[in-house]
Design a protein around this ligand. Structure first.
Ligand SMILES: Cc1ncc(COP(=O)(O)O)c(C=O)c1O
Length: 484
């Protein structure tokens, strides 16, 4: 029997239990469990504006996640909504396979104007991983299939599609799927490691077999940053060997780290730049890769190859109109300045907390509106608590760090209605990465909440977390990870 289908008014009326049930049945039961283990996924957001969320349980939540890179403009920026409305009111065309799009043309122009040198030729797929794969493919084609090796950093995160994942070294990607051939990892920010690979990966005639080197100049999952000297040396090596240098600024772009893009701070131009996340202004799923003219023309610059790389949804009309507005807001509202003042207030505030709680906060790392806190995980009391846990868990050297970070995130949310997240790539970092439109008062509110949370001490925080029913699902999750 065919079940009654929901319409969009029904969606407005679904409560959290119904939504959870639908996720369990039709989306991904593990996702519900995973969110639950951090204390989330138990209420629905009914309104999102700037840095604030309103939930169906009557809570106002300060969203300090910045949508994990997507919300430099905050939720529902009024100019972005207006641009989308305008596009709709005029019944503009979304899909223009047989026509050229003025919005796509203008967006490409604007991005090219803002980027240095001849980083001028743009392509707009939808996800970051698609843009990564498009860039790598272009580098391969630039060498006309004559080179077979690609270098990436050991800590890199470039996405979860098969190709992007095979050039990712993040410990988050714990299952090995089939990989693109010829991928080699070098040590991040260590020149000798790149030099070693370049030396090893030569063809019989002595020429390089490497078609591309991809790197995040600022790694969003570890908050490590490449020095200017290192980036310059990479540029030199790649020039010398004719290796296509690709920078992935999917996360760090559009002023998240301070400058428009992190690499611009060091004045080292890549051959291809990958962007995404806040390019869509928090409303559209648009990514992009921008190539230097020479790279594009040698790869696809002839009639035969002009359509060798395309995706159905690239350059969708309203998405481009949205991105155009998003980029203009970044410029008009001086997002670079905003990020730098966030860096001062938030970065300094976190460092002050590190000084206040030296036994709890090991390190504060980051730049602009992309800051992270590494918590100490060597407390004696906690060690004794965890000795009560199943043997298998104790083998996970990150178990205590995971437990402490989860307990802090949970306390921030339950007691202060502040939303944060963590990243897990070698180390566990608690992230403070608000939208660039965050106010000074909101930063203070976050710092006070973190101060009051740390004041509790890890033992109390963890005991509370352990006592709460969240712990059961957290343990199940860690156990599953350990058996995987
Ligand atoms: C630096 C970086 N590159 C690529 C990606 C992949 O983007 P997506 O998740 O849209 O595929 C991400 C996602 O977080 C990222 O941070």
């Amino acid at each position: 029997m065919v079940q009654t289908l929901f319409n969009s008014q029904d969606c407005e009326r679904l409560d959290i239990n119904q939504v959870q049930q639908l996720y369990r049945q039709y989306v991904n039961p593990g996702q519900v469990e995973l969110l639950g283990s951090f204390g989330f996924g138990r209420e629905l957001v009914i309104k999102a504006q700037g840095c604030l969320l309103e939930t169906d349980q009557g809570h106002t939540v300060l969203d300090f996640t910045g949508g994990m890179g997507m919300l430099n403009h905050g939720h529902n920026h009024p100019r972005i909504i207006a641009a989308r409305r305008l596009y709709q009111q005029h019944l503009r065309m979304e899909v223009h396979k047989n026509y050229l799009s003025p919005h796509l043309a203008a967006l490409s122009h604007n991005i090219a104007c803002l980027l240095p040198d001849d980083l001028n030729i743009c392509y707009f797929p939808n996800s970051g991983a698609e843009a990564v794969e498009g860039a790598i493919k272009m580098a391969y084609k630039y060498h006309q299939g004559q080179r077979q090796q690609v270098l990436h950093a050991d800590i890199s995160y470039h996405g979860k599609l098969l190709g992007a994942a095979s050039i990712s070294g993040s410990s988050e990607l714990h299952f090995r799927f089939p990989e693109i051939p010829g991928a080699h990892a070098f040590v991040y920010d260590q020149l000798s490691s790149v030099e070693h690979h370049i030396k090893q990966l030569r063809k019989e005639d002595g020429s390089s077999d490497i078609y591309a080197l991809i790197i995040e100049p600022m790694s969003a999952s570890t908050l490590k940053r490449c020095s200017g000297d290192y980036l310059r040396a990479l540029r030199q090596l790649c020039d010398h060997e004719d290796i296509v240098l690709v920078f992935d600024e999917v996360f760090s772009g559009w002023c998240k780290s301070g400058e428009l893009f992190y690499f611009m701070q060091h004045k080292v131009t890549p051959d291809i730049l990958i962007t995404s996340k806040s390019l869509g202004g928090g409303k559209s799923s648009l990514s992009g890769f921008v190539a230097r003219e020479k790279i594009f023309h040698q790869a696809y610059g002839n009639l035969n190859d002009a359509l060798l790389h395309s995706t159905s949804y690239n350059g969708y009309g309203e998405e481009c109109a949205t991105a155009l507005e998003a980029v203009n807001i970044v410029v008009d509202d001086h997002y670079s300045k905003l990020a730098k003042s966030i860096d001062l207030q938030l970065g300094d505030g976190l460092k002050a907390l590190q000084q206040k709680y030296p036994k709890l906060v090991r390190e504060v790392r980051g730049q602009g509106a992309l800051q992270g806190i590494l918590l100490h995980s060597g407390s004696g009391l906690l060690q004794s608590i965890t000795q009560q846990l199943p043997i298998r868990l104790l083998k996970d050297e990150k178990f205590i760090a995971k437990l402490i970070t989860a307990a802090v995130i949970n306390h921030l949310y339950e007691h202060h209605r502040v939303l944060t997240y963590h990243v897990e790539n070698r180390e566990i970092l608690l992230m403070a990465a608000p939208p660039l439109v965050v106010s000074s008062d909101e930063i203070d509110q976050f710092l006070q909440a973190l101060d009051q949370t740390l004041r509790e001490g890890f033992a109390r925080l963890c005991l509370k977390f352990v006592k709460s029913k969240l712990f059961t699902s957290f343990m199940q999750r860690v156990q599953k990870e350990n058996t995987a």
